[in-house]
Design a protein around this ligand. Structure first.
Ligand SMILES: CC(C)(COP(=O)(O)OP(=O)(O)OC[C@H]1O[C@@H](n2cnc3c(N)ncnc32)[C@H](O)[C@@H]1OP(=O)(O)O)[C@@H](O)C(=O)NCCC(=O)NCCS
Length: 169
């Protein structure tokens, strides 16, 4: 099993991050974007990484196998006063690294960071209800299913439900 290290991104990681998201978008249908549909290019990703520096309520965490990105998890929050306590979690682990505990470690680290940032008191996420691996991971970490958006994903002519999940810290 690969030795994985966890760290925040640097500006020089921007292209790798964009390539990673565009690649994993094609590996799984569970992400909101498909292959090559990741909305940022390398320049926009660099700017996004700069914005994270010193940001109390937004974070990106990379799981690295040497120079290769194995997984990425993020918490994104609005700056709006009434909603900034509620961070939205996003996570993806590349297929060849799944089932090794990387997703669990990424979420643990994000929860610890959120508990310590002085603002975030809740974490939210959406996931396809049939994404068994993700739903089990989130339940294991303490998230609850708070609601369901029926038929909110349409893929190859089939509708899928989305669970709204959340946890108070
Ligand atoms: C969901 C995802 C992030 C999990 O990452 P991972 O590194 O594979 O997760 P872990 O190895 O830490 O496993 C986490 C939990 O998933 C569950 N799990 C793992 N393999 C499973 C399987 N084959 N069937 C059911 N549940 C499984 C278990 O609850 C496991 O915890 P446990 O090992 O303590 O029992 C990863 O599968 C992924 O990126 N999937 C594609 C993208 C995606 O769905 N992202 C989430 C969108 S909301």
């Amino acid at each position: 099993m690969a030795e994985i290290t966890y760290r925040r991104p640097e500006v020089s990681d921007a292209k790798n991050i964009v390539d990673f998201y565009n690649y994993v978008g094609g590996e799984t249908s569970y992400l909101s974007f498909e292959k090559d549909e990741y909305p940022l290019d390398a320049a926009a990703q660099e700017a996004a990484i700069r914005e994270l520096e010193g940001n109390d309520t937004n974070i990106m965490l990379l799981a690295m196998d040497g120079e290769e990105i194995a997984g990425i998890a993020t918490i994104s929050s609005t700056h709006k006063i009434k909603a900034r306590h509620d961070g939205e979690l996003g996570i993806v682990v590349a297929k060849k690294y799944q089932g090794q505990g990387i997703g669990t470690t990424l979420i643990k680290k994000l929860i610890d960071w959120a508990r310590g940032n002085g603002v975030t008191t809740r974490i939210s996420l959406d996931t396809r209800a049939d994404n068994i691996m993700a739903v089990s991971l989130y339940l294991k970490m303490g998230f609850q299913v708070e609601g369901c958006r029926k038929n909110s994903t349409l893929l190859n002519g089939e509708y899928y439900d989305l669970y709204i999940m959340g946890m108070m810290l």
